[in-house]
Design a protein around this ligand. Structure first.
Ligand SMILES: [Zn+2]
Ligand SMILES: [Zn+2]
Length: 241
């Protein structure tokens, strides 16, 4: 593995980074998607069911006067408190959402070099100790708050091999929540074939920047796709005449 391998797919990527544009786009999209997914999950969980409706959803209730049906522990655990050690050996993919996100923010903050000056004016580089998500002046230790914090630090995180673990854990977290909400971002197939594998697998995905091949994982930014599609069309038209 060279210094410029993607920590997820091990393909060459920009020197000094450890994630390719496609896998970086995954992370950005998941962090943008998670707040909405959590909202869906919470709404579903607290919404009372109507008797006789045959509702079997998460946290379904037979009207408010009766005891609630046994709640879905998967959802409670996911939305509940708890601790997560993002780089620990015992990550079983079951960490609660907030714990996982804040655990990663804490880890990133700890490794992020901040420069402080002592009373003699000498600069010392040391870890910045705390991750605190803010919205203007107020502190937001919420899923949207942590997602925004992590998104802001992605360029920094991309310079380290552990970005692969972050990608893996946030990806599995997003998949767990999609399993419960059944809300999956829409894919929109593109007309031109993939410039790398030639398959008709290029799609855009709601909330995800750029265009990705579902067959080989190749990632293009919109400008690159537009140029490529133009060339394909042009070659096709030239061949036809
Ligand atoms: Zn990659
Ligand atoms: Zn492809």
């Amino acid at each position: 593995m060279t210094m410029a391998d993607c920590a997820v797919c091990h393909r060459d990527t920009t020197p000094g980074t450890h994630i390719c544009p496609g896998h970086g786009a995954d992370l950005r999209a998941w962090l943008a998607e998670l707040p909405g997914q959590v909202k869906l999950l919470e709404d579903e969980f607290v919404a009372p069911g109507t008797p006789g409706e045959g509702r079997t959803g998460i946290g379904a209730r037979q009207g408010r006067a009766h005891a609630p049906l046994p709640v879905d522990l998967t959802v409670l655990n996911l939305l509940g408190p708890g601790r997560a050690d993002p780089t620990g050996p015992d990550d079983d993919g079951e960490a609660p959402l907030l714990a996982l996100l804040s655990g990663w923010a804490g880890y990133i903050a700890y490794t992020y070099p901040s420069v402080a000056r002592d009373q003699y004016g000498t600069a010392h580089t040391r870890p910045c100790e705390k991750a605190v998500p803010r919205d203007g002046r107020s502190v937001r230790r919420t899923v949207p708050g942590w997602c925004a914090w992590l998104t802001a630090y992605l360029p920094y995180a991309g310079g380290h091999p552990w970005i692969g673990d972050l990608h893996d854990q946030v990806g599995r977290l997003t998949a767990r929540i999609r399993d419960l909400t059944h809300a999956v971002p829409h894919q929109h197939p593109q007309t031109a074939p993939c410039p790398r594998c030639q398959a008709f697998g290029l799609v855009t995905v709601d909330g995800r920047p750029g265009i990705t091949c579902t067959v080989c994982g190749h990632h293009l930014d919109p400008d690159a796709y537009a140029r490529h599609a133009h060339e394909v069309l042009h070659a096709h038209q030239t061949a036809a005449t």
